[in-house]
Design a protein around this ligand. Structure first.
Ligand code: ADP
Length: 435
């Protein structure tokens, strides 16, 4: 730490400078002239120092000050110290900004820092992508001039940011953005989050509840109709009663099967991955399915062919696999015209255990195929109802397979038939016993 200029030393130095001049001047009888010349010389010297200082400050690139003389030494040194302190502060500040920017870049949301008048101060990389901003071109531009959606402009101009804004935007490929604005230190921080997936899930949940209600209401309406008839004074003849009884039983079964399917769907969704490693005797399981298929096939009279390799077992959840396998077999029976041919295969294909069901039924048009595993999706609702189908079977199959590291594949041609199949991976707990 340098000391401030010592006043006493300064006076002493001045005194020692002017004293000899005064004494010599006194003896030569020109004291004022000599003192004035001395003062002038001192002034010139000081101007010289001042010039060196300003030259260093303005023109020189060197960080070190020129060597100062006399009282100027401390001035030069003082300025140098001040500069060093400023430089250190500037570096600290730059580091702070760098860390803030790095932090803002790490946030998985688009971040834009705005002035109060909505002009852009800074934005992260994600903001360029999500909000379609351009950097540095848009620096200083007003954000409400760049995003012209009236809802957004109104929200920003109202300057009340207690509630977030949901914005459906064509900018980010028809995404839904949640925009939050936080005022801080004379500026605003805008954070935009992509909530399309959340919205989609919310919509799926709503659709699901609506579908379940609808599915349950249909049989309930039928039963309520018959029950009302029973209550009236004009009792219908026994023949109608017989029919009513049959229909009510059928509707009860429908509801029962729907509730069972819903329960098994929620069980599969909530099941733990660890429960998936029991040894499952697939050939024995397919024998049982074969027996059930035969009884279901009585009215239809299809030719059922089961090609089962008895050497292949898998690891998995037995109940889940049973419903996945049987759904495909029973669907083939349901959706093939009487007298068709259904082939069920459990064999090694390309060294992997593969299950396939091939029918020569009506087939499915291409536009429906990718939607078949959606809950409650049916190509022909009326027809599917007749078979007691609720549109949940393939959704269950898809879920079961994904829990067993497999995927359902569907090939179909209208008028020719369909093939549903899936293969299990060799790894991930699946094993085979070869005799
Ligand atoms: P459902 O309970 O209605 O049978 P699924 O989820 O099992 O529901 O099947 C969804 C839809 O896929 C069915 O409604 C039917 O339209 C179609 N489908 C399934 N399997 C076949 C098949 N083998 N042949 C033709 N269409 C099929």
């Amino acid at each position: 730490m340098y000391k401030v200029i010592d006043k006493q030393a300064l006076f002493r130095r001045l005194f020692l400078y002017f004293l000899p001049l005064g004494v010599i001047g006194y003896f030569l009888d020109i004291p004022f002239i000599l003192l004035s010349v001395g003062a002038l010389a001192l002034l010139v010297w000081h101007y010289q120092q001042l010039y060196r200082l300003s030259d260093w400050l303005l023109n020189q690139r060197s960080f070190n000050p020129p060597e100062g003389k006399g009282a100027w030494e401390q001035v030069f040194e003082g300025i140098y110290q001040l500069q060093q302190r400023n430089r250190k502060k500037r570096n600290e500040l730059a580091e702070l900004i760098r860390r803030f920017r790095e932090g803002a870049e790490a946030i998985p949301d688009a971040v834009v820092v705005l002035q109060k008048d909505l002009s852009i101060v800074w934005c992260n990389q994600l903001a360029l992508k999500v909000l379609g901003l351009q950097w540095p071109t848009d620096h200083g531009q007003r954000l409400d001039n760049l995003i012209r959606d009236p809802k957004f402009v109104r929200y920003m101009l109202r300057q009340r940011f207690d509630e977030p804004l949901e914005l459906e935007t064509g900018l980010a490929h028809e995404k839904v953005l949640e925009i939050r604005v936080m005022p801080y230190a004379e500026q605003l921080m805008l954070v935009a989050r992509d909530i399309s997936r959340l919205k989609q899930l919310e919509q799926m949940r709503k659709d699901f509840v609506a579908n379940v209600s609808h599915e349950l209401r249909t049989p309930l309406t039928v039963m309520a109709g018959y029950l009302e008839m029973m209550d009236s004074d004009n009792m219908p003849p026994p023949a109608i009663w017989e029919k009513a009884h049959g229909t009510m039983m059928e509707q009860c079964k429908r509801m029962d099967s729907l509730v069972n399917q819903l329960l098994s769907l929620s069980r599969i969704e909530g099941a733990r991955k660890q429960d998936n490693d029991k040894a499952v005797n697939v050939p024995a399981m397919l024998d049982l399915i074969h027996t059930e298929a035969n009884s279901l096939n009585q009215d239809k009279g299809h030719e059922l062919v089961f090609n089962i390799d008895r050497n292949i077992d898998v690891k998995g959840a037995p109940d889940e696999l049973r419903s996945a396998f049987s759904n495909l077999v029973f669907n083939a029976i349901h959706y093939t015209k009487p007298g068709g041919k259904i082939e069920v295969n459990w064999q090694l294909v390309n060294d992997l255990p593969q299950f396939s069901v091939i029918d020569n039924g009506d087939g499915i048009a291409a536009e429906h195929i990718h939607r078949l595993t959606e809950r409650f999706y049916r190509v022909d609702k009326a027809r599917s109802r007749k078979t007691g189908g609720s549109g949940l079977g393939l959704a269950i199959t898809k879920h079961v397979l994904s829990r067993h590291d497999s995927t359902l594949k569907i090939e179909s041609k209208v008028g020719e038939g369909s093939k549903f199949w899936f293969a299990f991976p060799k790894t991930k707990g699946i094993f085979m016993t070869m005799d």
